[in-house]
Structures are given as C-alpha cells and as structure tokens.
Design a protein around this ligand. Structure first.
Ligand SMILES: [Zn+2]
Length: 184
C-alpha cells in the first residue's frame, strides 16, 4: 500500500511542475513576441553615419537583375516554383507579387511614393557593429531605391578572426624569441 502511494506522489508532482513550466514558457514566449517587434529594424537604429543611397533604372543588387531585363523586353521569366513551373511573360506587378514592403524604408527615393517592394535585403552583425543593404522597387515609377550602411569600425567575423589570429601568431613568435634569448 505504502509503495503505491509513493508511486502516486511523484507523478502528481510531475504534473504540477510541468503545468508550472508551461505557464512560465508561455510567459517567455510572450516576451519573445514583444522583443521580435522591437528588434525587426534594429539594424537601422542608432547609426553612426549616413545611409548610402542610389536610385537606378535597373537593380543594383545582382539578384533578379537578369529577370528584370527580361521583364522589360517582354520575355518570359521563370514562374515561382511554389506557384507552378515553366516560363511566363509577366507584368512588373505579377513578377513582384510575392515581395513585401520594408516598413522601415517604405519611400521611393525617386518619386516619394510608398508603394514599394523590397527584393534584396541583407544584414550582418559582428560584435555589436552592423552593416546592411536594402533595395526596393517602386510600383509607381518602377525605379529601384538602394540603401546601404556600414559602421565605421565594422569588421566581418572573418576579418575579426584574421586579426585575432595574426596577433596570436605574433605573440607566440615574441614568446619564442624571449625563450631562445634566455637559453643563450
Ligand atoms: Zn517611385
């Protein structure tokens, strides 16, 4: 009898603690949800310089530039694999239908319209320093707006590692020289 009671107790405990965990987990998820909203455009906050801009008749980013020329010439372009397959002659609106506006940079740099869609976006963070690129197409004037930014002292993770590695090699070399000098 005593054994059965003992067996029951831990399972009850387990249930209670798991329900507690769940509510805590939900709480954390709620916080995450709030943070997500706040950090969406963190890449463009508190910049230490100007955002570089360009307006172009053709995309500056290589992605989509071949298709863009086909669209201009009325040549068929590849149908998005999620929508079907094969090639099709498309209007600009049809071709860009799956692209979304960047609500941090909604305005066209050529005509001021906010009827824009982003086709290229990258952001790179390395030890708190940042870099980003954004390019949008205007659905009203069909001009492309380019924006890019890099922190003055930004290093890519690779550049940072290279500097750290070279410093280590140099320090090792100096330590070896000292060791040799002591020997002699
Ligand atoms: Zn425009």
């Amino acid at each position: 009898m005593a054994k059965i009671t003992d067996l029951d107790k831990p399972s009850e405990k387990k249930k209670k603690s798991s329900s507690k965990k769940k509510s805590l987990k939900e709480h954390i998820e709620d916080e995450d949800e709030e943070n997500k909203i706040d950090t969406t455009h963190l890449y463009a906050d508190n910049l230490n310089g100007d955002v570089y801009t360009e307006t172009n008749a053709n995309p500056k980013a290589k992605v989509h530039s071949t298709e863009w020329m086909k669209i201009l010439h009325g040549d068929p372009v590849e149908i998005n694999p999620s929508l079907g397959q094969g090639m099709k002659i498309m209007t600009v609106a049809e071709w860009t239908s799956r692209w979304k506006q960047n609500d941090r940079f909604p305005d066209c740099l050529a005509c001021g319209s906010t009827n824009t869609k982003e086709h290229h976006f990258t952001q790179t963070w390395c030890r708190g320093k940042k870099k980003f690129e954004s390019e949008t197409i205007c659905m009203d004037c069909h001009m492309w707006s380019w924006r890019s930014y890099v922190d003055p002292d930004f290093l890519t993770p690779e550049e940072f590692d290279k500097i750290r590695w070279e410093k280590m090699v140099k320090e090792n070399e100096e330590a070896r020289k000292l060791a040799r000098a002591k020997k002699n």
